[in-house]
Design a binder for this molecule. Structure first.
Ligand code: URA
Length: 235
């Protein structure tokens, strides 16, 4: 593979950034300074970036800013899919780690690593997901307390796990939940006699949606972002 692909893929940098780093002499391969982005390397080659060994990973981890009207699936007869927002060469073997409704916007994580996505989606995981929720009515103190203590959703036998509520504006809150029931946020708001007007996911675990990504744009996660997800499964 090309050296710039090896590094951008493994270190979460864009090909453009990698080319600049190579040009400035920050990269070496097997002990020799690399000068060309198209140098051919193998996945076991020792590639160094600023004195740090870059491990080639066959797994890919992507964050995408989901626009409204795009469905979280690989194929859909009626709507564009998040997969179709990715370049063709990126789509191979990827799956979505935690879906959003058609009208919900914000952070979607995609990966080839099933163990990693299990940390996000497993019902036993405590992985928090934070949503910016625009409400029809300002949240009352009573409704806030109910959400924070756990609320009984229609058709469910048990209350939701306690949520964290942060008031952002009169009718906008940040709601952090650790479950992923069907339409959970909308149903939680309905249970406290309110209604969601807009829903946007801002973070999953400690991974924040990159504010520089416009709706529909995506980028690879950095190594440190990949490492932020993990160790959430309760035994
Ligand atoms: N809760 C919802 O109601 N919808 C989403 O898309 C995500 C969480």
């Amino acid at each position: 593979m090309r050296l710039d692909y090896f590094i951008s893929h493994s270190a979460g940098l864009s090909r453009k950034q990698v080319k600049i780093l190579i040009g400035k002499g920050h990269v070496s391969v097997e002990g020799f300074a690399a000068v060309k982005a198209n140098t051919q390397v193998a996945d076991h080659d020792k590639v160094w970036l600023d004195g740090r060994l870059v491990q080639f990973s066959n797994d890919r981890y992507i964050m995408l800013n989901k626009p409204p009207g795009v469905v979280c699936s690989t194929d859909d007869p009626d709507h564009p899919t998040v997969m179709k927002l990715l370049a063709a060469e990126e789509q191979h073997r990827l799956h979505i780690a935690g879906r959003l409704d058609l009208d919900t916007t914000g952070l979607i994580l995609l990966t080839t690593d099933g163990q990693w996505s299990h940390q996000i989606t497993s019902p036993n995981s405590d992985c928090p997901k934070c949503y910016r929720v625009t409400l029809e009515h300002a949240l009352t103190d009573e409704a806030r307390k109910t959400l924070e203590e756990g609320v009984l959703l229609r058709g469910e036998p048990e209350k939701t796990r306690p949520a964290v509520v942060e008031i952002i504006a009169k009718d906008v809150i940040h709601l952090t939940i650790t479950q992923g029931k069907y339409h959970q946020v909308k149903r939680m708001m309905a249970a406290v006699e309110n209604r969601v007007l807009a829903l946007h996911r801002v973070s999953v675990g400690a991974v924040q949606l990159d504010a520089s990504l416009a709706p529909g744009e995506y980028r690879l996660l950095s190594e440190s972002e990949v490492a932020l997800i993990g160790g959430n499964i309760a035994s």
